[in-house]
Design a protein around this ligand. Sequence first.
Ligand SMILES: [Ca+2]
Ligand SMILES: [Ca+2]
Length: 246
Amino acid sequence: MYRHYLLPTIGNILILMATSQAASGAPVNLVANGDFELGNVAFSSDYAYTPTENTAEAQYTVRTNPFPWNRFFVSVGDHTSGTGNMYVGNGDPAAESIIWESTSIPVEPGVDYFFEAWAMNVCCTPGYTGTNSPAVLEFSIVGSTTESLGVISTAFPAGQWQFISTTWNSGSNTTVDLRIINQNTAIGGNDFALDDIHFSTVSSVPVPAAVWLFGSGLLILFGRINFPRVNGRARDQGDRCPVVQS
Ligand SMILES: [Ca+2]
Ligand SMILES: [Ca+2]
């Protein structure tokens, strides 16, 4: 996944540091099948699993490319390796519909955890002429209470993986459920992909890489939710705007 950071020369140096750290102490991901490489298993969803073709909103699939599941979605590889699986969804117009949920995850009380994922806007190819509203992803944790960690919109242009990082303290909890909900009820656009969902006491992005991203102006911190763009494409203003804290 560190291929995303191999851009400027100084970035290459810090990537080597990040890779070294990961090799010596790779974070344990408490999310089963967070990279979707096992397919449509180990999570639940209010969306309808529709593996062959996207025919309506509120459907999802697990596959290696958003296209041609929906003929207007962009053609792009997954985040994990570029050739693996990802979650691809067509946003549900019903509010509070759960995109992805993983339940009964054991946690240590009083410990800070990172709830992270990579997300992507997949709408649309130039042939699409309809409205195009980005998904609004809410990360929340269900323990003794349900706690929202914030909402964030997927960005334009489509086809760019975006890192989302939230933090949460377990308090007195010993078991939690993780949820990602799309709070956008638009039909036009509102199409997205998810990959490499991560929950751990250690971030999936090692500190040296995060420092480099911050130094490059690509890492944005908004309280508990972080949304850097890590790719070689130029940012536009719309990339920075849609962050809203809970
Ligand atoms: Ca993957
Ligand atoms: Ca849609």
